[in-house]
Write a protein that binds this ligand. Sequence first.
Ligand code: ZN
Length: 396
Amino acid sequence: MSIESPWVLLGLLLLAGAVGFYASRRPRPSALGAEHVRTNYLAGVNFLVNEQPDRALEAFLRASELDGDTVETHFALGSLYRRRGEVDRAIRIHQNIIRRGALEPQQREQAKYALAQDYLRAGLLDRAELLLEELATAGSHRMAAMRNLIRIYEAERDWQRAIALHEELSTVGRPRQESAVAHYWCELAESARAEGRIDEAAELLRKSRSAQRRFPRGALVRADIAIEQGDTDLATSLLRGVVEQDAGLIVEALPRLVRLARRKEEAGDALLAEVARSKPEGWRELAFAAIVGDALEFPSLEALVRRLFETDETLAGFIRALGQDPATVDSRAVRELGSVLRRLAAATPRYRCAECGFSSTGHFWQCPGCKTWDSQRPLTRFDLVAGLEANGAAPA
Ligand SMILES: [Zn+2]
């Protein structure tokens, strides 16, 4: 049987703890009781080293006497169980520590914090929340408990409580995370808008702006409201602001600009041309967004797509393989190619997190993988091979 080194190390650690525990102990009133503890402790170490974690756990839990030395070794054992993904065992170890009568207050807090980590790992958010709320009021784990609680409130989409906790953190000297708070207000505003409470949504967006000025997500939601209310000028200026501020959000802003342009009929193309002129370095994103957003009827966008066809080697090769010349394809061919590319793009990831690499076909303001806000970037290149495979066709 192979022995995993962390277990051997921990076994030795526990053994050393146990030896120190018995060597330093005053004569106990019940020699029989001490012998019982000792037997269970050594049996636990033995089971651990022999890779029998269930029996090891039972033996340690039966060795119910804990003093300063053995508490530390139980913490080490609990944390090792959690790191190995054996959360049930970690929970039992930490619950066992908390049940002890003679614990230092600091050790009790540490055990509660460790147990909260176990619950988080196990996805038992409500239980973790109860412990963390207690730890977040005072003590040495206060800050860490507050940060964990914020993650829980985010997962529960309890934005109001997340905002309140950020406020509280800033009063105890931790810098305010403006962009997270601005996102919470936007989440609330989007819900209000979806339920038809437009005035409330506008008010929530004002709060988002006061948390963080020039906040693109807030501008996008406000532009949606303005489009619904027929306030074209406000919507246009908000969306142009988003495009200028962050080329990564062109893919989000362009479909809305296209809605406005379609309403303007004849003058629609001039609006889009102006946007393209104001952000020349964003031409590739605009071309990509025009293809995936099916907006190739506008000459200014078609021109950008042609430029993409000519300059992107993969696309140019693809078009040549179809028997066309990328420099001279006519408008009809541009639209047909656009429709093929749109289908391919729909089947492949279009966003990737800059922090953890999580990729998705839809856009998330908060990465589902690492929970970072604003870390998803659009992938503005067409992955032809993956797209063709996903569509069930072998690549040429
Ligand atoms: Zn991520």
